[in-house]
Design a protein around this ligand. Structure first.
Ligand code: GLC
Length: 459
């Protein structure tokens, strides 16, 4: 009997994709507790990602060392010339604030291994470049002073560390696997794992409260490295000890557990619907670029327009997600003109429309999205936001909305929008609608904003 019960339990858990034995004793948080811990993040919706490092000098992708099969020796010229003399993090923070961003995630170290803070555990750090000063503390202080929460990005990959084992994405990557193995025999990943723990301890003890941790990334499916190589469990345990409230991404290869990650991270595409994990809607944050690469890329000409970015933000929230929008500062330490124009454009829109973003999520299933629109919903205030992608001529039909709301207004100026549920009769002006539909009477002129929004006060 006992055995049957045990078997049943094991089957139940493995059906769920989670092996009960893998949940360590310290991972005791309930679903409700997790929701509470993540409440600020679910509310804030819009953050700024910052990719900054040595790769800002070549200005042709943060992966250039790999893309161009560059040796560490050749890459060192960027270290020798790193000197962002115009770096003024207060300006960055002000821009983030003006564009409505509520949190920031900063690359403390990217795959090249270069550290933007004065780590005790390496010489490959900003304080040894011509710039000579820590970049992280002033950045953290500046953003906090604007009321913006601070998160850290930390690369699991390190192409510079002498004990990080070579694999197929390690520049300059010895092609011959035999040669690679010979090299790797001299490398000890235990030392690297300890190095990561030491650095995370620094990052999570020397800069005050850190709200998000973006670890990047696992690739065991491609014959690369995964959670065992990093000791993800050990890292998460340490991180949770140091900053119990912190929100962690899902790139440590812990997707098979329900305790080893907080949110999923689709990037560079728009999910078709709210992403699910084992059949349940998961918290998600999509990180997106302005122009394709994350690091500053001088000659990239695929910049998204302000309109595309605003729509991207709304579409993300309409599917219950967060948007982490990336800026790649230049080697001089500023946001370039193209980035500034986009941030300002988003800010112009947010100033009048942030009510349809903060605290909002996907609309309840019984509200059918009208054609050419995106909807978001605030469950606390019970308001529904209709974002009109293509401004129609006078009438917007809301399918099945009859009796569901009592007032409607344009969000940009709070002007009333009248509505009717009756078919309008007349010899040549007969406008029909289905019985349960509501017709909004829109002004002919489209409001002069990037994306017009109608606010409905639900019953
Ligand atoms: C990918 C890339 C990296 C970038 C990150 C942002 O993992 O390797 O360059 O930092 O995505 O999410």
């Amino acid at each position: 009997m006992k055995n049957t019960l045990l078997c049943l339990l094991v089957i139940l858990f493995s059906l769920n994709g989670i092996n009960a034995q893998e949940r360590p004793a310290w991972a005791t948080e309930t679903k409700e507790e997790k929701e509470k811990r993540m409440a600020w993040w679910t509310n804030d919706r819009l953050g700024m990602f910052i990719h900054w490092g040595l790769y800002s000098l070549p200005a042709r992708h943060e992966w250039l060392q790999y893309n161009e099969k560059m040796s560490g020796v050749d890459y060192k010229k960027y270290f020798d010339h790193f000197n962002p003399d115009l770096y003024e993090p207060k300006e960055w923070a002000a821009k983030a604030k003006e564009s409505g961003m509520k949190y920031v995630v900063i690359t403390t170290r990217h795959h090249d291994g270069f550290c933007l803070w004065d780590s005790k555990y390496t010489d490959y750090k900003v304080t040894n470049t011509p710039y000579g000063k820590d970049l992280i503390k002033p950045m953290v202080d500046a953003f906090r002073a604007e009321g913006i929460r601070v998160g850290f990005y930390y690369s699991l990959i390190d192409w510079n560390h002498p004990h990080f084992a070579f694999d197929h994405i390690h520049p300059p990557t010895p092609i011959d696997p035999v040669e690679r193995e010979k090299e790797n025999a001299k490398r000890d990943m235990n030392i690297y794992r300890q190095y990561m723990k030491n650095q995370l301890r620094e990052l999570l003890t020397e800069f005050g409260r850190i709200d998000e941790l973006f670890m990047d990334f696992s690739y065991s499916n491609e014959g690369g490295k995964g959670h065992e190589d990093w000791d993800s469990e050990g890292l998460i345990k340490l991180v949770r000890e140091l900053q119990p409230h912190i929100i962690i991404d899902n790139r440590m290869g812990m997707d098979h557990t329900d305790w080893g990650w907080d949110f999923v991270t689709p990037e560079q595409f728009m999910p078709q619907e709210w992403p699910t994990v084992r059949g349940e809607r998961a918290p998600w944050e999509t990180c997106q670029t302005f122009s394709g690469s994350w690091g500053y890329y001088r000659d990239e000409y695929s910049w998204k327009s302000v309109h595309q970015l605003v729509v991207m933000l709304v579409e993300t929230v309409s599917k219950g997600g967060n948007l982490l929008l990336n800026v790649g500062p230049t080697a001089r330490g500023v946001f370039d003109k193209r980035a500034n124009e986009r941030l300002e454009g988003i800010g112009r829109w947010m100033k009048f429309h942030d009510r349809s973003i903060y605290g909002c999520t996907q609309a309840p299933d019984d509200f059918k999205t009208p054609p050419n629109c995106l909807m978001t919903y605030n469950p606390t205030t019970k308001r529904l936001y209709i974002h009109v992608l293509e401004w129609p001529f006078k009438s917007l039909h809301l399918p099945g909305f009859r009796g569901k709301f009592n007032y409607a207004q344009l969000l940009n100026d709070g002007s009333e929008i009248r509505f009717r549920t009756q078919t309008q009769e007349g010899s040549h002006v007969t406008e029909t609608s289905k019985e349960d539909d509501v017709i909004l009477s829109l002004p002919v002129e489209r409001p002069d904003v990037e994306l017009p929004v109608i606010e409905l006060f639900l019953e």
